[in-house]
Design a protein around this ligand. Structure first.
Ligand SMILES: [Zn+2]
Length: 207
């Protein structure tokens, strides 16, 4: 755990040359393994960082429900409904995270009620989650920020923002505002449409 490995090292260790390891890694991730690649951490040069192991065939826990078994149609519907934006932290697909490491966010499909607690693979129990939130939901330890530090920041928020924050915390999701919804639709449109709208707004508004 915490070590890096390359595809060549895996091939040498297993004596296998023709296995699709990228696909196997994706599969492990759906079983709760946390393996960072270059997309998650730009400093990893063609290497992977092993952060946490999840379910494996010999483990005593039951196998977590495999979200890769969700059919592509349902997957697309969930992404469309949620605007390809993480319902927990609000980051959009391929947008850079606002805090370090500022790598681009990758979207996954998560369960509202976890599969282990009987949650289904139906669309109303699925939601768009970025890989970071999806992993944090399962992680046992948090960021290490203390109650006092967070309280100091929460206190400084205007009353309306405190209300919103309470709602987000209670429902463990961040709803999209009208502004987010319009932004997401523009962001996900063809590049030409996005450019036209940027231009249209730029002509009328000065920042
Ligand atoms: Zn997120």
């Amino acid at each position: 755990m915490g070590d890096r490995f390359s595809m060549d090292e895996i091939r040498q260790a297993l004596g296998v040359r023709d296995e699709h390891f990228q696909r196997r890694i994706r599969e492990l991730r759906t079983w709760g393994w946390v393996i960072d690649g270059m997309k998650d951490m730009p400093g990893l040069n063609a290497e992977y960082l092993m952060r946490q192991h999840g379910w494996w065939p010999g483990s005593l826990d039951s196998k977590p429900d495999d979200t890769s078994s969700i059919d592509p149609h349902t997957r697309r519907k969930v992404l469309e409904r949620d605007g390809s934006r993480c319902t927990i932290c609000g980051v959009g697909a391929a947008e850079n995270y606002p805090e370090p490491p500022r790598n681009p966010a990758r979207m996954t499909i998560g369960h509202v009620i976890p599969a282990q607690q009987g949650g289904s693979n139906k669309i109303d129990n699925l939601r768009c989650e970025c890989a970071r939130c999806n992993e944090t939901v399962r992680a046992e330890s948090g960021s290490g920020e203390s109650f006092d530090d967070l309280l100091a920041s929460a206190r400084r928020l205007p009353a309306a923002d405190k209300k919103t924050l309470l709602r987000w915390l209670r429902q463990n999701s961040r709803e999209r505002s009208d502004l987010d919804a319009v932004y997401d639709r523009i962001r996900l449109a063809a590049p030409g449409v996005r450019d036209q709208l940027t231009h249209w707004l730029g002509e009328r508004i000065s920042l």
